[in-house]
Design a protein around this ligand. Structure first.
Ligand code: ATP
Ligand code: MG
Length: 234
């Protein structure tokens, strides 16, 4: 794997949508990644009290969405771990699996990155992988620099030509504006629960999978799911 550039995009993917996919496409192209793996979270540490669709369903949807795009793949590593999954463990796993010749690029939306200080052992992330922070509608990119300097290191300096913050000892943090697709999994779930169309927000095979497996079923005014008789997966 000499000189390979491995992109990793973590997320709940509940469900995966075109916002994720288009961002992944642009980062894969822009960074000339050898491979990009979507890494669905097991039990998400930030959503412990909110029921999330089972890992196997989220994994299956990510597989359907990325199938047929050479270079894209899916890793189920977080689903195999007991308890919550932490990004730092996942990056450590891939660093070991791919060896020192590979460069890891961890792709994260700006909204998620602004929370980085709440992630387990977050300072170590900056020794394991390049961070590729992607733009997201509704989140101000001007918040990135102060956050990075306050929570990680004042020695991060912005290089406009490279669109990245560089550091004398830590790995770079790139900022990459991507197509501003104002799509979120939570809005998709809300639409589905109201019985509204989610067509053209997610790939058709994912939509068919949702239908066939009766995920995100309409919820009636009494809070009961028409399909299953109890509220879940909100
Ligand atoms: P939810 O609304 O449930 O939080 P989400 O749409 O944010 O879902 P996640 O699975 O939480 O999806 O996101 C995985 C990663 O993809 C995060 O780093 C997130 O910031 C990023 N991301 C999600 N949607 C977009 C989008 N439309 N544009 C850019 N990045 C996105
Ligand atoms: Mg999110």
């Amino acid at each position: 794997m000499t000189g390979s550039r491995l992109g990793l995009m973590g997320g709940t993917f509940n469900p995966i949508h075109f916002g994720h996919l288009r961002a992944a496409e642009e980062v894969a192209e822009g960074f000339r990644l050898s491979r990009l793996l979507f890494v669905p979270s097991g039990q998400p540490p930030h959503k412990p009290h909110r029921p999330v669709v089972e890992f196997e369903h989220r994994l299956a949807m990510v597989r359907l969405a990325s199938a047929g795009r050479p270079g894209f793949g899916v890793s189920d590593v977080e689903g195999h771990r007991r308890g919550p999954s932490y990004t730092v463990d996942t990056l450590g796993f891939f660093q070991k699996a791919w060896g020192p010749a590979a460069t890891l690029y961890f792709i994260v939306g700006l909204d998620a990155f602004l929370d980085v200080a709440s992630w387990r052992d977050y300072r170590r992330l900056f020794t394991l992988a390049h961070l590729v922070v992607i733009s997201r509608p509704g989140t101000d990119p001007l918040d990135l620099e102060p956050l990075l300097k306050a929570m990680v290191s004042v020695d991060y300096a912005w290089y406009e030509g490279e669109r990245a913050f560089f550091h004398p000892r830590l790995l770079p943090v790139h900022y990459r504006p991507v197509a501003p697709l104002d799509i979120s999994s939570s809005a998709i779930r809300r639409r589905a629960h109201r019985g509204e169309s989610i067509r053209y927000l997610i790939p058709d095979p994912v939509r068919e999978y949702i239908d066939n497996n009766r995920l995100y079923q309409p919820i009636g005014p009494d809070g009961l799911s028409f399909g299953r008789g109890k509220e879940e997966n909100v």
